[in-house]
Design a protein around this ligand. Structure first.
Ligand code: ADP
Ligand code: MG
Ligand code: ZN
Length: 633
């Protein structure tokens, strides 16, 4: 019976917040049980101390203050048998043996005959000091207040999220070291991320045979950054790398670093690297790198602690030699907020994109997660994969789980296709609420749009060849590209190539307009790029009709050969020239758009053909595309 499904080991991870598994070192670090035990022990000790203090302070309080003459009378009558003479008071006791029974107290009067009277009556007497004993006074004036402060402090920090412990172990990093192979994850457990896996194989190989690389003098990656939407399997991949290589795996989450007290995070980073170097070869995995790695510029007010931690991380990464066999993996779903310094050479200079799975990938992931689930004959995982575009690995794991639960609820002992259907509806409803999925209508628009780009590229001289068309939503825009260092000024581009780029970019919108008769916002990004290219052609490259061979913008030489943005430079033309430039730009765009529209209407059949194939398989590679459009590969 659907064993796995009931274990609930796969969380329905749609959002970053609830997607993270419990940290390996979190519980260990905080020691919740032990901490609680210690805490109540402290209470006990404190109570004991308080009792002792009161006990030591406790003096039998004389019950009645009487006049000196009465006191004397009681001595004379023989009632008082013992007298203690203090500075401010005399104490009288009725019994010699047990001086505690009944007592009188009086304020003494200067009476020279008093001692004689005592002698005469045979009353024992001695002088006493009324000052409380020094130990008790020490406790009262120092130890007790300190103790109180300590307790208040503790209780406060306990409330502020277990900070007490953290502060007590300042800087000591309790990352659990998971011994060899302990991650228990292999590459076979990760499906649909073939490109990422391929890149990570290299890391595994290095960890297994470092000498192979070092003897040749080859450069070993220091840091590898896994980039992808939540739930695409970044954490899983990192674990798989450790599992495959059979090396210790230090996992820590970026948010763990961000502590309250300045300096704690930095100390922890130092500690982590020290530990790791002792255990080399090993992997340090920093999950949610964005929590510490946020750009230092764009933060209002800044955050000293995070900045210190980030700086320490940079220092450590620069400081250690990758030949020692420590490789740093990190994961983020928001690479755009990362500080540029992190992505520089010698740090996380290698970025691996963990894409959302396509049809094939989804089927493979479903297979992995239904390994331990009893599937009925009616189940066709291919069909399930087809019905779940946009799902990431975590969603699919959740889906299998839901289907199994539904089957159990219906009293079946096998999961049927019907259960999957219902589970899909349920999960999709949840995802749509979170704006994570696009509707079939939108998907169609996207497919025509992308095919439009591809077809124009294929039939435009000077355009870059098409490598891949995909409608698998990325969830974070053109993320894979934002990560690249801008190459704008690196290449020498001909006029034809520039027009090729413009045409290709316009192909998306042109296809939409051609097919649907209306346009969408999907082309916004393309249009920004188009305008930028056209503007440069006119103002910098002298490629317009009117300003042929005239450079209107003077780019300021930037730092280290990188050109500054033209906006940052200066322009030396008049307002009327300005409006002519605008006219030139829109002329270029308009004439290219006309060309692209004509081209696509001529190739309407191909547009339909490629689009329907794309809707079917979601991703078309270069080879298939060329075959579809009938061009030699
Ligand atoms: P991320 O770190 O990218 O947010 P996780 O690695 O935490 O995602 O994935 C959460 C869970 O989803 C994993 O434990 C696994 O069960 C499942 N999962 C995600 N991606 C895949 C995949 N490519 N193959 C198999 N299972 C996956
Ligand atoms: Mg993760
Ligand atoms: Zn586009």
């Amino acid at each position: 019976m659907a064993k796995k499904s009931l274990k609930k080991d796969d969380k329905g991870c749609w959002e970053k917040g609830n997607c993270e598994e419990p940290d390996h070192f979190g519980p260990l670090f905080r020691m919740p049980n032990k901490g609680q035990f210690k805490f109540s022990m402290w209470y006990f000790i404190a109570a004991l101390l308080v009792m002792m203090i009161f006990k030591s302070l406790y003096q039998p309080v004389p019950d009645s203050l009487i006049g000196f003459s009465d006191f004397k009378k009681k001595i004379e009558s023989g009632e008082i048998r013992q007298v203690q003479m203090g500075e401010n008071y005399y104490h009288g006791y009725t019994s010699e043996a047990d001086g505690r029974k009944t007592a009188y107290r009086t304020v003494p009067v200067d009476d020279p005959g008093f001692v004689a009277l005592l002698d005469q009556k045979g009353v024992t007497y001695h002088r006493i000091s009324e000052k409380p004993n020094p130990f008790a006074s020490f406790l009262l004036s120092w130890a007790f207040p300190l103790l109180m402060i300590f307790f208040i402090w503790r209780v406060l920090f306990q409330r502020m999220g277990n900070m007490g412990q953290n502060v007590l172990t300042l800087g000591k990093n309790r990352a659990a070291i998971i011994a060899e192979g302990d991650t228990g994850v292999q590459f076979a457990d990760v499906a649909g991320a073939d490109e990422a896996k391929e890149e990570l194989m290299e890391v595994v190989d290095f960890l297994k045979n470092p000498q192979k690389y070092t003897s040749i003098g080859g450069k070993i990656p220091k840091g590898v950054l896994l980039v992808g939407a939540p739930g695409t399997g970044k954490t899983l991949l990192a674990k798989a790398v450790a599992g495959e290589a059979g090396v210790p795996f230090f996992r820590i989450s970026g948010s763990e670093f961000v502590e309250m007290f300045v300096g704690v995070g930095a100390a922890r980073v130092r500690d982590l690297f020290k530990q790791a170097q002792e255990k080399a070869p090993c992997i340090i995995f920093i999950d949610e790198l964005d929590a510490i790695g946020k750009s230092r510029i764009n933060v209002l007010g800044g955050n000293d602690e995070r900045e210190q931690t980030l700086n320490q991380l940079l220092v450590e990464m620069d400081g250690f030699d990758s030949r020692t066999g420590v490789i740093i993996l990190a994961a983020t779903n928001r690479p755009e907020v990362l500080d540029a310094a992190l992505l520089r050479a010698g740090r996380f200079d290698r970025q691996v994109l963990v894409d959302r799975p396509d049809l094939e990938g989804r089927e493979a992931i479903l297979r992995i997660h239904s390994r331990d689930v009893k599937l009925g004959k009616s189940v066709d995982l291919r069909l399930v994969a087809r019905d779940t575009p946009g799902f990431v690995g975590a969603d699919l794991a959740n889906l299998v789980n839901e289907a199994a639960i539904l089957a159990v609820r219906r009293g079946r002992d096998e999961v049927e296709q019907e259960d999957f259907h219902e589970a899909i509806e349920k999960v999709i409803a949840g995802l749509q609420k979170k704006n994570r999925l696009i509707s079939p209508d939108q998907k169609k628009i996207v497919a025509y749009h992308e095919t439009g780009h591809a077809l124009v590229a294929a039939f435009t001289p000077g355009a870059d060849p098409v490598r891949k068309i995909t409608i698998v939503p990325r969830g974070f825009g053109a993320l894979g590209y934002t990560l690249q260092i801008p190459t704008e000024d690196k290449y020498l581009l001909t006029e034809e190539e520039l027009y090729g780029r413009i045409d290709t970019l316009l192909g998306g919108r042109a296809a939409e307009e051609l097919v649907f008769g209306r346009i969408s916002t999907g082309a916004a990004n393309d249009l920004v790029k188009v305008s930028d290219i056209a503007k440069r052609m006119v103002t910098e490259y002298g490629m317009s009709k009117k300003f042929r061979n005239v450079a209107l913008n003077h780019r300021q030489p930037g730092i280290m050969g990188m050109a500054a943005e033209p906006q940052g430079g200066y322009r030396d033309y008049s307002e009327s020239t300005h409006s002519q430039i605008d006219q030139e730009i829109s002329d270029i765009v308009a004439s290219r758009y006309k060309r692209v529209t004509d081209l696509l209407s001529e190739k309407k059949d191909l547009l339909e053909k490629v689009t329907s194939r794309l809707l079917e398989v979601e991703t078309i590679d270069e080879k298939e595309f060329l075959a579809l459009v009938g061009k030699p590969a």
